[in-house]
Design a protein. Structure first.
Length: 376
């Protein structure tokens, strides 16, 4: 069963070229000529005073002009987000863990140390306390957004094509913001990354048994042999037991190979020749045999401008090095401020299309990440 509001929303979706609601694909809806017709039908504001005139309204409905436009725009954002992701801006989804949070409180990483190996207990002897610690990494939510004016002039000119572009641009801005925040984890502090709770930078070559030592930083160019060196370094990382003296770096081997080779566009072909042997010429038999069957995938980062730096990342399903927190969804939300009687409509002759995005990026575990910063 469909209501008149469903038909009207379908008509607005068609006007702005937004995907219809699920199940509404076969719903018959009158075709709107443009945004001006929609505005006049719902507000009766023929003289563009910026008000609501019930005696002139052509449609008796509980739906409002701002509400219908907002609903269609949010669908366009979701669709555009998907299209941009397919074009490569969802690269980060493969190397991070996305988690929902119910408040905007500071995020605390949840990384509990392992026991290591259970100690022997002699007959009749007392059990000893097992040493186990945690990682206190934190991150704050950032709020991003702004607004675009939907002016009465735009409505009077019936500039529907321009209105269709607004949510697409907002989707691009939101996706690129997330992409940029995650890319910056690797480029901050000239490739050393943010400073972690153990006082060490995310990427460093300091011994793992030293406080703040992560031994996940090299300076060698990308090549098949060097990828193997990095894989071994990640595989041999010790699991966390505790940050206390005497326990740092003493856990058992993580024993997980990196899944993703993360590169700038300039290294994409080089990376694919290493991980996908068929891309290499047939004469390079040693390279093909060396990498044959190794799990791996190439991830290209649009924001990276250095043509030689690269990274390795463990599958976040096995070990999440980076966590992206979202509060109201990973995509930005669109609101249309107020209604036909909003002060902005009267004072500025505009409906305000606001976009809001809450995102937090938490670096939780350095063991899942390795960075190679090559002097250029």
């Amino acid at each position: 069963m469909y209501s008149s509001e469903d038909q009207l929303q379908a008509a607005v979706d068609d006007l702005l070229e937004a995907p219809r609601e699920p199940g509404a694909a076969g719903l018959k809806a009158a075709r709107l000529s443009g945004v001006k017709e929609l505005y006049m039908m719902l507000t009766g504001d023929r003289d563009l005073y910026g008000g609501f005139y019930a005696d002139r309204v052509q449609l008796a409905t509980t739906a409002t002009f701002p509400g219908l436009v907002k609903n269609a725009m949010n669908k366009i954002v979701a669709h555009q987000w998907e299209l941009l992701g397919a074009a490569g801006y969802d690269w980060w989804e493969r190397i991070v863990s996305v988690e929902h949070f119910d408040t905007l409180n500071q995020i605390t990483g949840v990384l509990v140390g392992t026991v290591g190996a259970l100690p022997a207990v002699a007959e009749g002897a007392e059990y000893t306390e097992l040493k186990i610690g945690d990682s206190p990494e934190t991150a704050d939510f950032g709020k991003y957004g702004g607004y675009i004016p939907l002016t009465l002039e735009l409505i009077d000119r019936d500039n529907t094509r321009k209105l269709r572009q607004y949510p697409r641009e907002l989707a691009k801005a939101g996706l690129r913001r997330v992409s940029g925040l995650i890319a910056a984890v690797f480029t901050e502090a000239v490739g050393l990354g943010p400073t972690m709770a153990d006082t060490g930078t995310l990427f460093n070559a300091t011994a793992i048994t030293t406080a703040g030592g992560h031994v996940n930083y090299l300076t060698t160019a990308l090549a098949a042999a060097q990828w193997e060196v990095v894989c071994q370094a990640v595989y041999n990382q010790p699991l966390l037991i505790s940050h206390d003296v005497g326990y740092i770096g003493t856990g058992p081997k993580m024993a997980i190979n990196p899944r993703y080779m993360v590169v700038p566009r300039a290294l994409e072909l080089t990376a694919k020749k290493i991980l996908y042997p068929n891309w290499e010429n047939l004469a390079n038999i040693h390279s093909e045999n060396l990498q044959q069957g190794r799990m791996g995938d190439v991830v290209v980062v649009p924001e990276w401008t250095d043509a030689t730096d690269w990274a390795a990342v463990v599958d976040p399903a096995l070990l999440a090095g980076i966590v992206v927190g979202e509060r109201f969804g990973i995509m930005p939300e669109i609101f249309v401020a107020g209604d036909e009687l909003s002060p902005a409509v009267f004072m500025n002759d505009e409906h305000r299309i606001k976009v809001r995005h809450f995102v937090a990026v938490l670096v939780q575990d350095f063991r899942a990440l390795h960075h190679s910063v090559v002097a250029g």
